[in-house]
Write a protein that binds this ligand. Structure first.
Ligand code: UD1
Ligand code: UDP
Length: 350
């Protein structure tokens, strides 16, 4: 079958890599990169770290307001889809690239596989929530990463299109962790294997777009009085620049390559984040995770006690972090060999 996979942002490259490898056996796959993420640290570096081949089409759309960015992507995606006429389009997650792919393909009546379907935060202040709802409802085949996601799809009347596959990020981290542990560099010159530290990432709109909210979160975390390695997303860096924020304990770095980042996760004492993917990786690596959000799509991790939600406007973030202890055991909520399961399902469509 001819298949087009549409990606554009860092976590989507990470989700595509293991599936693309499996699809290459029986199918003709074209990779389309919308250009939503374009910095080397968020895009080219991640491709080379995880051995994902270069995209067949790079649309070069870049940043912009939601409607502008999504609309520009749709216009060019439509041309690519018409010229290649694929039997199937695959979209990943919940970014504006996902939404543009979903709308462009569905209007051309091309069946869509949505990888990471059925996630809901029930918070429409997140642009991702709107993207997910639309993507799920226009897609033909919904690959749910967890039983919770599959149940949500069923509840929305989409049960007959749902496949409970597990979460594909498991495959990427399982394959790359041994490589990362052997090859990682020393972020900010730190000997991470012999250091006690926390890892922090922040990029959600409601945490970083207002510099007062952002610096108030960071000032509290500085008060933890422990080393915190903080690879800063460009969205967050834009807000920090000029804010005058200074800290004693936060070690700010550029966004890290995937191998360095998972090595930093692996050696960390705990992870503090508002990222979806990082919450999952914390669970997979059995690290206590503090999520600076009031809700999460990955509710199993909270239910099992590995992930603690802390309201970013709480004034006692540090106390909550210090007193959080994760359990000894966990269920395997994200599955394994997920790309093989997905490729098997896709093969059956041929
Ligand atoms: C996007 C996704 C989010 C995902 C995140 C992963 C949407 C609505 N958001 O958020 O779901 O969790 O990617 O990291 O699709 N910028 C750069 N260089 C880049 C890319 C962005 O400097 O290569 C800056 C620009 O100022 C841009 C801002 O970051 O305006 C936001 O980028 P955008 O792609 O709109 O959203 P993200 O915050 O990256
Ligand atoms: N990641 C990375 N370098 C970093 C921060 C994150 O490679 O400096 C990886 C991380 O391992 C995970 C993914 O990026 O696989 C998560 O993406 P992000 O936090 O940008 O988005 P989200 O998952 O919230 O959509």
């Amino acid at each position: 079958m001819r298949i087009i996979s549409i990606v554009g942002a860092r976590p989507q490259f990470i989700k595509l890599a293991p599936l693309s490898e499996k699809l290459s056996v029986n199918h003709e796959e074209f990779i389309v990169h919308t250009g939503q993420h374009y910095d080397y640290s968020l895009s080219g570096r991640i491709f080379s770290d995880i051995g994902l081949r270069n995209p067949d089409f790079h649309l070069g759309i870049g940043s912009g307001s939601h409607a502008f960015q999504t609309g520009e992507m749709m216009k060019v995606l439509e041309e690519v889809l018409i010229s290649k006429n694929p039997r199937l389009v695959i979209i990943f997650g919940d970014t504006n690239s996902t939404l543009a792919g979903a709308l462009a393909a569905s209007k051309l009546n091309i069946p869509i596989v949505h990888v990471e379907a059925g996630l809901r935060s029930y918070n429409k202040a997140m642009p991702e929530e709107i993207n997910r709802i639309v993507a799920d409802h226009v897609s033909e085949y919904l690959f749910a990463p967890t039983h919770t996601a599959a149940d949500i799809l069923k509840g929305e009347g989409l049960g007959d299109r749902t496949y409970m596959t597990g979460d594909i990020m498991v495959d990427t981290i399982t394959k790359n962790l041994p490589i990362a542990l052997e090859k990682h560099s020393a972020p900010a010159g730190l000997d991470i294997a012999n250091l006690e530290y926390n890892l922090l990432t922040l990029h959600r709109n409601y945490n970083v777009d207002n510099p007062n909210i952002l610096t108030s979160i960071l000032s509290q975390l500085d008060g933890l009085d422990e080393v915190i390695i903080f690879p800063v997303h460009p969205r967050t860096m834009k807000m920090l620049e000029g804010s005058g924020f200074r800290s004693k304990n936060l070690v700010l770095t550029e966004p890290l390559g995937y191998l360095d980042f998972i090595a930093v996760e692996h050696f960390s004492k705990r992870i503090i984040t508002d990222s979806g993917g990082v919450q999952k990786e914390a669970y997979i690596l059995k690290k206590p995770c503090i999520t600076l959000r009031t809700e999460t799509e990955w509710t199993e991790t909270v239910r099992e006690g590995w992930n603690l939600l802390v309201d970013p406007s709480d004034v006692s973030i540090c106390e909550k972090i210090k007193s959080f202890v994760s359990p000894e055991t966990q269920e395997n909520v994200f599955g394994e060999n997920v790309s093989e399961t997905m490729a098997g399902i896709i093969d059956s469509f041929a």
